[in-house]
Each structure stands twice: as C-alpha cells, then as structure tokens.
Design a binder for this molecule. Sequence first.
Ligand code: XMP
Length: 517
Amino acid sequence: MGKQQKILVLDFGGQYNQLIARRVRECNVYCEVRPYTMTIGEIKDFDPIGIIFTGGPNSVYLETSPQVNKEVFDLGIPILGICYGCQLMAHHLGGKVTAAQEDTAREYGKTKTFYNTCCRLFRGLPAEGISWMSHGDYMAKVPEGFELVGHTDACPNAAIADERRGFYGVQFHPEVNHTEHGVDMIRNFLYNVCGAKGEWTMGDFCKRTVAGLKERIGTGRVLLALSGGVDSSVLAALLAEAIGDRLTCVFVDHGLMRKNEGDEVESAFSKWDINFVRVNAEERFLSKLKGVVDPQQKRRIIGAEFGYVFRDEAERFGITKSDFLAQGTIYPDVIESGEGDADVIKSHHNRLLPPEVVARFKDVLEPLDHLFKDEVRQLGRELGLPEYLVMRQPFPGPGLAIRIIGEVTKEKADLLRDADYIYREEIAKAGLDTKISQYFAVLTDTRSVGVMGDGRTYDNLLALRGVTTTDFMTADWARIPYEVLDRVSVRIVNEVGHINRIVYDITSKPPATVEWE
Ligand code: XMP
C-alpha cells in the first residue's frame, strides 16, 4: 500500500466532529480526527495534505479555551476553519473576535448566505444558499491577507479566505445536511486547495483495518460479541479475515430476541467458516431484570450481564488475559452514550461493560467505532456479505427489554414477540421491508377499555413504530399506508390476545428517539 493522502481534523470539542470526518471520507479522502492538543511534531509526522479545525463550544478570546500552536500556520499546509475553528484562525492571525452584540451578528439555525464563487472554496456552486449557523461570537476584525468571501444579512464575514496561503474560514457548518452544497464546499477544499486525488475507498479502509487488526492482535485470540446484526457481523468478517480460527464468536440469546431470531442467527452463522457459540441465557437476564422499570437501569443491567457472560465464555474456551474482546460498536453508539462532551441520550449496551470484565482481557477492540451505520453497510458489501445481512434492520443489544415499557417478564416478551412478528410479516408482504429503515412493535404499560364480542375488555396498548433514515442519528417516521396499518391492527388484535388497542408513533428523531427507551 502506497503513501496515503491524509486530512487531519483537529477536534476542538464541537458536536459535528465525526460528521466532518465522514464528509471527507464521502469525498474519497482518508481522514482522522485528533485532539487539538496534538503537537507540531506530531502534526508533521502525521503529514496531512490539509487540516480542518472543527467547531467547539468555547469562545476563542477566553484564556481557558482550546488554542493551537501558532506554528501550525507556518507549515505550508492548507487549513479550513469551521465556526470556532474559523474564529481561532482569525484570533491567532491578527484578527479580533468578540461576543456578538444583541441582534447583530449572533446567528443560529438556517441562514441565507451569499458566496463569492471566484473563491476556490465556492467555485462552481450557486452564489447564494442556506447555511447552518451556530455561533454567538463575531469576527470584529478579519486578519490581514484575508478577504471576505461570504456574508449574510447580519454578518459581513460569514466566510473568509487567504487564497495565497490556502487558509479558509467559515462561520457556518458545511458538514451538516442543512447547509446547501456544504459537502461540495468541503470537496472544493480537498480537491481545489489541498490537491486531493480522491484515492481513498471503503476497500482501502477494509484492507488497512484488517492489516491493523493483524498487527494489534499478533498471535492472540479474540472473543467477539456477535448479535447477528449488521455491525457485529461485519466485524466478524473483518476479524475472520485478520486472524482466521483464532476468532471465537459468542452469540448471547438473552431471551429478549424477536420471534425465531435466536434460531435464525444460529443457523446463519453455523454455515460460516468460523467458531460460533450460542449461549442460552434467558433465565439469567430475566432474573436480573425482575422488578426493574427505569430504562437506563435496564440498559445497565443488560450491558453488565453481557459482559459477565463473555467473561464466563472466555474462561470456558481458554481465552486468556493476553487475548482480546471485540465489539461491533459504531459511532452513534458512542456519541449517544454521552462520551466526550456529549449529553447522555441513552447508554448503548456495548458501552456498559463492567470494569472487571474489561480488565479480564488485554484490550477491547472496537474498530468500527468511527463509522456511521451506512458506512458499516458499505464495508459489509466490500467484505462480500450477502445483501440480506448488510441491509438487516438494526436490533438493539438490550432487545425487547427496551421495547417493553415497565417491568420485563417472559409473558410480556412472548406477547410482544407475537405482535411484532405479525407487524413484520405484513410489512414484508406489502413490499415495504426494504423501504422502511426500522420497524417494530412496543408493548406499553398502559391498559385501556375496549369491547370485543359483547364483552368489555381492559387490556394492553401496543404501539407500532416505523422510521426512515440512513444514519440513525436523525430519523423521520415512516408514512406506512393506512391499509397496511389496518391489516396489522386487525390481525394483532385477533391473533395475539390481551392487546385491545394499537397506536402508530408519528414522531421523528429528534424530538423522539427511534426506540422508546
Ligand atoms: P435510538 O433509540 O437511540 O436508536 O434513536 C438509534 C439506533 O440504535 C439502536 N439502538 C441500539 N443498538 N445497542 C445497540 O446495539 C443499544 O443499546 C441500542 N439502543 C438503540 C436503535 O435500534 C436504532 O437503530
């Protein structure tokens, strides 16, 4: 493998840092996100063709805020500063950044923006469009050598450029979908300014990841937490390629899978040329969940119990302390679990391993933890996984436990399994299974009055959920035709029993999330 062109994304703590990296990868250029504390020596060793400064929640003029070593501007490497990154560049190169006065240049949300299309950053793009702003500070003075190349009604310097040195700053966020042609601006920076050739592909990522895993694992063994979902299946294929039969895949059936799913996963993976083990642990999980109603508490218990099962299986298979545990954690799992500076939305099960389980292994390998769902799918195709597996809808590690509101019991799980099965069957019959990204039933803890035959019922309320999305970080509720919903409703009430009312969830993410807990 030859020398690779690389982009360095210097992270100043903004919420879209990995999204910037993802956009660069979409433009076929390799990139890594590193902390802003990286030294000049480390940056030189990294040898990037361009640097992107991310946004961040701070104000550059405060002494406590993250700064850069000014020498970064003398390396002859092009720089794109986004939001905080733009202000940082201005601050260090002789400009002046201050807090915006009321009603002047403080801007949040979608903003009409005008661009100078002679500038290399905006070349070939429309001269006006919507950009996504999120800044409370204002560049009162632009540094010498910079021109104003973008403005809004409120702000004369929405974008600045020093074309000679290849320095560009934008106050808005080109990486988010709300900014029209944002990816094209990033592409222009990469290709017009940094001289990118666009040689990076998912195939390349795959080869390098396999090579990296080989090196890291050495002669060791790996126990992989395999759920049968896309992420862990893709990781199984990667690891099998890297270390062959030194990989043991452990599938834990916690009794909270969908109808027939445990058997389906077992039969699919038994056909692969890998060491596959199924552990039936229904009682173990259900007894731990007895009486628990709080969603985060359920997640914590399940995450920990998974860990203890892996520890027990490691003992059983002679996997030692110098061997590894691997998990198919992907980027949204990390960010929504509230790591870094992000808020805890919900702790994904694979972020909840007890410390004593982690200490039982040499290390925990999570090579997909920078990828988004659709990128993992692309990687799966690269590895030759069948389309039905690559496009499988996600199923959360805690399974039905977070789709049963309130206490989880076997009876409720069985009820939900039957209802969910009918829903999935009807969606497939209607040919919608490849069109809706994820769909499932939720057993609420509400009961309501109904009438069946001539009698009164007081039974469970079931909710149906369906969403369309690509990356699962945001999602829209799926517009399932009424006739299909009607068929599902009639069948569930007639065939399942103890469900006498069904509702369809019409909220997007945000403000809701995909799962109910
Ligand atoms: P939310 O509910 O966070 O879901 O909007 C986003 C996507 O993640 C899945 N999900 C999980 N996946 N472990 C997982 O492996 C978890 O703990 C977990 N929680 C949610 C969810 O099904 C959706 O696809």
